[in-house]
Design a protein around this ligand. Structure first.
Ligand SMILES: *Cc1c(COP(=O)(O)O)cnc(C)c1O
Length: 429
């Protein structure tokens, strides 16, 4: 078996599609996926020894870069003392305290193993707490792969979801109401019509799973006010934005406090983790004190928790958010200039240290989930960047992330690479 040369072929023999998560397959990019071997700081190196400046950063999980020494040391130390006990440990309480002190909405927090679990459990808790079934979510948002959150909008104004995935019964999404993001009137109509039976409004405070789409002024406040008015629970899915936009997450930046917050990615320092937390009178409905069941064999395991403590310690001490934002702004200005020189319709959208490119003339804030991008030109751009040693997130609908490890010289190299890549796109387009 030529495992080195035909790694993708080898993978496809044993793993469906050759990957353990679909977007890794580069399906929309038109080339075989790159298999990574190791990473350090802002750089990743593939199986063939080629290095790249990484802007995927494990989908935003790595805010301190790859193999950060403090995180790595904590992981090794924890692993040597036992990877899981299935009992309570002191460290998980430590991480819970750090999260509760950092995030405005959180008094009490429960640790789980992924962002999917966090949102799934938060919605169950909201339903148990309110005694209601219906949930509002927004088009284009991703909340993990729980059945009832894999719905998309049906045709018509305020329709309930239709399954967006084979294997999800229609009955499972019939309580999920899918609305366009940044549309105050549709939200108002939905509350009027369904407010009495609404358990929760679930949202990414800044959309980051269909490119970066910031909320329009007042939209998050409107959600807060609408949830209060109808007695629903407001859930912020901060799996990406938590500890990324500020130490207190998007809710701190925008000054809107949800009832429940979901976390993941960064708080695991690159290890599997998730968390959901909120006010104690809501969280107390969870078992064993309450009647909403939720559990996990490896939840709060010492290795993930130790990685999380190391990264939060670092973020609390450094407060790197201003510097990250400014560096991202310089990068995005460079990208905009490059696209303009090549005469391409590209909108660069950014919030904090997250950015994405929209290969369309439409401003991102008007995105409603149905809008098409020129994915072919994006694929061309991605390939041209990859050839120059720059690894962008491999889909036009995914977000790119800067880490503390990205330096000014990385930004400069990326802007230069992008200028050439845009030129190439423009010449073939
Ligand atoms: C990544 C993500 C999830 C799912 O987290 P997993 O750890 O992949 O299960 C949920 N919500 C948002 C906003 C995410 O970005």
């Amino acid at each position: 078996m030529q495992t080195k040369d035909n790694l993708f072929e080898y993978a496809r023999k044993y793993i469906p599609g050759g990957v353990n998560s679909p977007v890794r397959s580069f399906q929309s990019i038109g080339i075989d996926p790159v298999f990574m071997h190791h990473g350090k700081g802002a750089s990743i190196t593939d199986e063939r020894g080629r290095s790249y400046i990484d802007y995927c950063m494990s989908w935003g999980a790595l805010i301190a870069g790859h193999a950060d020494p403090a995180v790595t040391d904590n992981i090794i130390d924890a692993a040597q003392k036992g990877t899981s006990f299935g009992t309570a440990t002191r460290k998980e309480v430590e991480l819970a305290r750090m999260i509760a002190e950092a995030v405005p909405s959180i008094d009490r927090v429960r640790l789980v193993n992924s962002g999917t679990e966090a949102v799934m459990s938060a919605v169950r808790l909201a339903r148990g707490y309110t005694g209601r079934d219906k949930v509002v979510k927004f088009e284009g948002a991703y909340h993990g792969h729980a059945d009832h959150l894999l719905g998309r909008a049906g045709s018509g104004a305020a329709t309930f979801g239709v399954p967006d995935c084979a294997g999800v019964p229609e009955d499972f999404v019939k309580h999920t109401l899918v609305l366009p993001f940044n549309d105050p009137e549709k939200l108002e109509d939905a509350i009027k019509e369904h407010g009495d039976s609404l358990a929760a409004i679930v949202t990414e405070p800044v959309m980051a799973n269909c490119g970066v789409i910031p909320p329009r002024d007042g939209f998050l406040q409107q959600m807060r006010e609408a949830a209060d008015r109808c007695g629903a629970v407001l859930i912020f899915d901060e799996v990406i934005t938590g500890f990324r936009l500020s130490y207190g997450g998007a809710q701190q930046c925008y000054g809107v406090t949800p009832d429940i917050t979901c976390l993941g990615k960064i708080i695991g320092g690159g290890m599997p983790v998730g968390a959901f937390g909120g006010r104690k009178e809501i969280m107390n409905h969870l078992a064993p004190d309450g009647d909403v069941y939720q559990a996990g064999t490896l939840s709060g395991n010492p290795v993930s928790v130790s990685a999380g403590i190391a990264i939060l310690d670092k973020l609390e001490a450094l407060r790197p958010y201003k510097q990250l934002r400014e560096r991202t702004e310089r990068l995005c200005r460079g990208l905009e200039k490059g696209a303009e020189q090549a005469d391409l319709d590209v909108e660069v959208s950014r919030t904090g240290s997250m950015f994405s490119l929209f290969f369309t003339a439409l401003p991102p804030v008007d995105y409603n989930g149905a809008q098409q991008q020129d994915t072919e030109t994006f694929a061309h751009f991605f390939r041209a960047m990859l050839k120059q040693g720059i690894y962008m997130s491999p889909s036009a609908f995914e977000t790119n992330f800067l880490s503390i490890a990205h330096e000014e010289k990385d930004v400069e190299k990326t802007v230069e690479g992008a200028m050439r890549a845009f030129e190439l796109c423009s010449n073939t387009g």
